[in-house]
Design a protein around this ligand. Structure first.
Ligand SMILES: Cc1cc2nc3c(=O)[nH]c(=O)nc-3n(C[C@H](O)[C@H](O)[C@H](O)COP(=O)(O)OP(=O)(O)OC[C@H]3O[C@@H](n4cnc5c(N)ncnc54)[C@H](O)[C@@H]3O)c2cc1C
Length: 391
C-alpha cells in the first residue's frame, strides 16, 4: 500500500473498502490497534445507506418475537458499547408501543417479553432494562397526532437513537487518522487479488486512483456487496434479493425525545422518531417501509405513489380524521437492505449480518446499523489473528 505517510514502514497494512458505518468503525478499530489503515470510499463517507437509516440503536427486544436470544444479547452489547463510546451522538430513547391486543401485541405477551429482556440484560452484566405496561394516555398526550389512537394500554421500553450521524462519522474518521491511518473519498475499488509482490501473502488492490498493496483487505460495501472483482473467484454469499427501505421525514414534531411504534392493520409497527431541527424547524421521521426489488442496481427513488400509500397507512393507523398531506413531507431517507425472499408481498429481510473470510480478505454483508461496534471489534480480532499467524 503506497500511503503518503506510512506512519511506520513496518506496520502491517490493511485496506478497508467502504466508508459506511461498518467500514468506518472497522477502520477506526484497526487503526487504534496499530495497523496502517487506508479506507477507500467511492463517494462521501456515511452518505449511502448509513446516512439514511432510521437512526434507532436497537437493544434487541424485538428479536424475542422469534426467540433469537443470541441476537438479543448481541444487540444489547452493541447498544451499550455504542452509547458508552459515543455518549454525545448516541442517546437513550424511551419507546412506546400501543398494545393492540392482536398477535404478539398482546399485553401479557409484551409483559413477559419485557420481563425476559430485563432478566437477560441483568444476567449478561448490563444495567437492567426496565419495561412496563402503561396507560395509552401517555402516548395520546405526546401530540395531537396520537390523540385518536384507540388502544387502552402502551408498552414502554428503552432503545437508543443516533442523534447526530455526521458527528459520529467525523469521530470515527478522526479515530482512523489519530491512529496514523487515512480516509480517501472519491476512490472506487474495482478488484482485489493475491499479489506475488511485495510478499507472497499480500493483496493487490486496483482502484480508480491506482494500484495498492496491503496485508489484508476488508470489504464493507453495503448494498454493493459482491461487486468488487475478487480473484480467484470466491463465493460471496450474495442475498437472494434486496429490499428498498424508506422513511418519510415530516415537517412536524410528532415526538420530541421519545420513539413511538404505530401499529398498522397489516400487523407491523411503523416507528416514529425525532429528527434534529434543521432550518425547517423540528421534524419527525416515520417508517420503515420495505419494497421488494430484484437486484442491487435499482435506482433509489421513492415514487409519489409509494409516498402517498405510506402517508395513507400512517393516517389510517393513527385514526386521523384528516389524512396527512404530502406537503408535510420534507425528506425521504432511502437505502437497500439484503432480503431472503418475499412473503405476502413483503420482503423478508436477512436476519443478521454475514461475514466471510477468504485468505486475507474479509467481506461483510451487514443488515443493521446497531451492531457496528461489535462487528468492528470482531473483524479487527480476526484480521489481527490472521496477520500474526502469517508471520
Ligand atoms: C430506511 C432505512 C432505515 C434503517 N433503519 C435502521 C435502524 O433504525 N437501525 C439499524 O440498526 N439499522 C437500520 N437500517 C440498516 C442500516 O442503515 C444498514 O444496515 C447500515 O447502515 C449498513 O452500513 P454499511 O456500512 O454496511 O453500508 P453503507 O452505509 O451502504 O456503506 C457502504 C459504503 O461502501 C461504499 N462502496 C461500495 N462499493 C465500493 C467500492 N467498490 N469502492 C469504494 N467504496 C465502495 C459505498 O459508497 C458506501 O458508502 C436502516 C436502513 C434503511 C435503508
Amino acid at each position: 500500500m503506497t500511503t503518503s505517510r506510512d506512519n511506520s514502514e513496518t506496520a502491517l497494512k490493511v485496506i478497508v473498502v467502504g466508508g459506511g458505518i461498518i467500514g468506518l468503525a472497522t477502520a477506526a478499530e484497526l487503526s487504534e490497534r496499530g495497523y496502517a489503515v487506508a479506507l477507500f470510499e467511492q463517494g462521501r463517507i456515511h452518505e449511502a445507506t448509513s446516512g439514511n437509516s432510521h437512526r434507532i440503536i436497537h437493544g434487541g427486544l424485538r428479536y424475542l418475537q422469534q426467540f433469537q436470544i443470541g441476537r438479543v444479547l448481541r444487540s444489547l452489547e452493541a447498544k451499550h458499547l455504542a452509547a458508552s463510546q459515543y455518549p454525545e451522538e448516541i442517546v437513550p430513547l424511551p419507546c412506546y408501543l400501543p398494545v393492540t391486543g392482536r398477535g404478539l401485541q398482546r399485553g401479557a405477551i409484551l409483559g413477559v417479553a419485557g420481563a425476559l429482556y430485563g432478566m437477560l440484560s441483568t444476567l449478561a452484566g448490563y444495567p437492567t432494562e426496565w419495561s412496563a405496561i402503561r396507560s395509552n394516555e401517555v402516548v395520546r398526550e405526546l401530540s395531537p397526532y396520537f390523540s385518536h389512537l384507540p388502544y387502552r394500554k402502551a408498552f414502554q421500553w428503552h432503545d437508543a437513537r443516533l442523534k447526530d450521524p455526521s458527528a459520529l462519522a467525523k469521530k470515527l474518521r478522526d479515530r482512523v487518522i489519530a491512529g496514523g491511518g487515512e480516509v480517501k473519498e472519491g476512490v472506487r475499488v474495482e478488484e482485489v487479488a493475491p499479489a506475488s509482490e511485495p510478499s507472497a501473502r499480500s493483496q493487490w488492490v486496483r482502484t480508480t486512483a491506482g494500484e495498492f498493496f496491503a496485508d489484508a483487505v476488508v470489504l464493507a460495501l453495503g448494498p454493493q456487496h459482491g461487486t468488487v472483482r475478487l480473484s480467484p473467484k470466491r463465493k460471496e454469499g450474495r442475498p437472494q434479493m434486496w429490499a428498498k427501505a424508506f422513511n418519510l421525514v415530516l415537517r412536524e414534531e410528532l415526538v420530541r425525545d421519545v420513539g413511538v411504534g404505530i401499529p398498522t392493520a397489516r400487523g407491523a409497527a411503523l416507528f416514529c422518531a425525532p429528527r434534529s431541527s434543521g432550518h425547517d424547524g423540528p421534524c419527525s421521521a416515520v417508517g420503515t417501509w420495505y419494497v421488494p426489488v430484484p437486484d442491487q442496481t435499482v435506482e433509489l427513488v421513492v415514487t409519489e405513489e409509494e409516498q402517498g400509500k405510506a402517508l395513507r397507512e400512517v393516517s389510517e393507523s393513527l385514526a386521523l380524521p384528516e389524512p396527512l398531506s404530502s406537503d408535510l413531507v420534507c425528506g425521504v431517507e432511502v437505502g437497500l437492505l439484503p432480503a431472503k425472499g418475499v412473503r405476502d408481498g413483503e420482503p423478508e429481510l436477512m436476519a443478521s449480518e454475514e461475514i466471510r473470510a477468504h485468505d486475507g480478505v474479509w467481506s461483510i454483508l451487514s443488515t443493521k446499523y446497531t451492531v457496528f461496534p461489535v462487528i468492528a471489534r470482531e473483524i479487527a480480532d480476526a484480521v489481527g489473528q490472521y496477520l500474526s499467524s502469517e508471520r
